[in-house]
Write a protein that binds this ligand. Structure first.
Ligand code: TRP
Length: 454
């Protein structure tokens, strides 16, 4: 198969690592990970999470990258080409369609939440110029959710930022933006961490995050941790497969895969170490934050710390979300380009589709708040349930089976060059047995749970 993708290629190993880390590090790390750890017993959750990353997520990440690099096209066509070459069923391309569906659904609500962060960044910026700022965080969040115009506006701004990058293509859009944004993200995180260290509560935060209380490891914690590992590493919807399609031949997949997983996990933990000391200092306890931890608890702290910190934090979160959302839009756009569309049009069309769907999530907090699909609290939660809890695990399961059981071993081994024999063997067995069993268990319980709630 071709040595280059028609969409362009990452110019170096570092460019790929930045792009893939940019995809992985997002709202999942800075908004979701801390509150999930907070709700699920701190250290118990973190420990299980690390296990899920190493034993399930990492092998699937390698598989997505290896399949992507073999096909060098958008997921649907990559799976068609690879299946043809290896004599497996063409129906595996359905996995690519599933991925595109998941990506569209996730981007639709991801962009709404990212819009909240833009709105908050804007409020803090205005405060620096004399605006009133966020005096009553609970009320501000409530007002935002009840205001359709505000929600839709910021959702649109964020989607426009995403299209802009994807429309410019792999080299001039994706790669150039991550080379600028990822170092900025790290600097902002370190600045925040510096403040947190100065509160003197980092020790407590670390104990909360790292001291495992084995009694707190329940099946529910394992499920949440596994779902979070998939979401955080952008797995299960062929986003990483798409990024793998642009990966130069000589780069070692195991090495860059491990680098991306370490960076993603490291940033989630650093975010926890930056956020919890602030929460402890101003609110007294690290637990019970819920999804509002970032949008209500932290702003109370920022009121005392100063608007600059609020601005810093929400710009950081917006940037993290931005480099992730481009990886949600890229696979579907690349597919349209392969069907002969011009890239700008393709990106715009897909973004409009996601934006339109996202309106339901945005309106679900106000005009449509009476609609509670699937027994969830809101339309956004229901979309999240379908995409994150069902489509991503199904996608991950299929990827593990396809790579582990169906693909030609020789050609797969070639993609894993740089891995010693024993690494390869462990990988194949994690892919064949451990990942499918673990993911199936999660799926069964989640489905059962979802059905119970309806
Ligand atoms: N990983 C991102 C985060 O943590 C979100 C994301 C980007 C994603 N691309 C994805 C999640 C693909 C699942 C699949 O916020």
């Amino acid at each position: 198969m071709d040595n280059r993708s028609i969409h362009g290629m990452w110019s170096s190993r570092l460019a790929f690592i930045l792009a893939a880390t940019g995809s992985a590090v997002g709202l999942g790390n800075i908004w979701r990970f801390p509150y999930m750890a907070s709700d699920n017993g701190g250290g118990a959750f973190v420990l299980v999470y690390l296990g899920c990353v190493a034993l399930v997520a990492l092998p699937i990440l390698f598989a997505e990258l290896a399949i992507g690099r073999r096909g060098r096209r958008s997921p649907i066509n990559t799976l068609l080409d690879v299946s043809r070459e290896d004599g497996t069923s063409r129906r595996w391309s359905g996995l690519g369609w599933l991925g595109i569906l998941a990506g569209v659904l996730i981007l639709s609500f991801y962009s709404v939440v990212a819009g909240w962060t833009l709105h908050y960044a804007w409020l803090y910026l205005m405060q620096l110029f004399g605006g009133t700022g966020i005096t009553d965080p609970g009320a501000t969040f409530g007002e935002l959710l009840s205001n359709p115009r505000e929600l839709i506006f910021w959702h649109a701004v964020f989607m426009a930022m995403t299209v802009m990058v994807v429309a410019l293509g792999v080299e001039k859009g994706l790669e150039r933006s991550v080379k600028l944004l990822m170092p900025a993200l790290l600097l902002m995180l370190l600045a925040l961490l510096g403040y947190s260290v100065s509160t003197g509560h980092v020790g407590e935060a670390a104990t909360f995050l790292f001291k495992p209380d084995f009694g707190k490891i329940t099946p529910g914690v394992v499920l949440s941790a596994m779902g979070q590992a998939f979401f955080s590493l952008s797995l299960g919807m062929c986003a990483m497969m798409t990024y793998g399609a642009y990966l130069p031949r000589d780069v070692s997949i195991p090495r860059v895969g491990v680098a991306v997983a370490l960076a993603d996990t490291g940033i989630a933990l650093l975010a926890g170490l930056a956020i919890f000391p602030i929460v402890i200092e101003f609110l007294g306890t690290p637990t019970g934050g819920g999804a509002g931890l970032i949008f209500t608890s932290l702003p109370s702290a920022f009121n005392k710390m100063g608007a600059v910190f609020g601005l810093l934090f929400f710009v950081l979160l917006s940037v993290a979300a931005w480099t992730s959302s481009i990886s949600l839009l890229e696979p579907a756009s690349a597919y349209l380009v392969e069907r002969g569309w011009n890239r700008k049009r393709a990106a715009l069309a897909m973004a409009l589709l996601c934006w339109g769907l996202g309106l339901f999530s945005a309106l679900g907090f106000n005009v449509l708040s009476g609609i509670r699909p699937l027994g969830q609290d809101s339309i956004l939660d229901a979309t999240n349930l379908i995409a994150n809890d069902i489509l991503l695990p199904v996608g991950g399961l299929l990827i593990a089976i396809y790579a582990g059981w169906r693909l030609n071993r020789q050609r797969l081994r070639e993609q894993m060059h740089g891995a010693p024999g024993w690494v390869y063997t462990i990988w194949i067995w994690l892919l064949r047995v451990v990942a499918p069993l673990a993911v199936t268990a999660v799926l069964v319980v989640k489905l059962y749970d979802a059905i119970q709630r309806i």
